[in-house]
Design a protein around this ligand. Sequence first.
Ligand code: F3S
Length: 63
Amino acid sequence: MQIVVDLTRCQGYAQCVFLAPEVFELHGEEALLYNPAVPDDQLDRVRQAATACPVQAILLGKE
Ligand code: F3S
């Protein structure tokens, strides 16, 4: 599955990093790095991260 993080929305809440550390990585407070091509074994975690993000910055693509 492909994902996009709207970096103009991301406020560095780091819920995504906590829930899916293999996909999301935070450098400093607002520099979020992520793998846009989510491996299958990370899908559930990324879905949880998308739900948990307080500003809905994580957008899930088609599987
Ligand atoms: Fe940013 Fe949301 Fe993650 S604000 S750091 S995408 S939880």
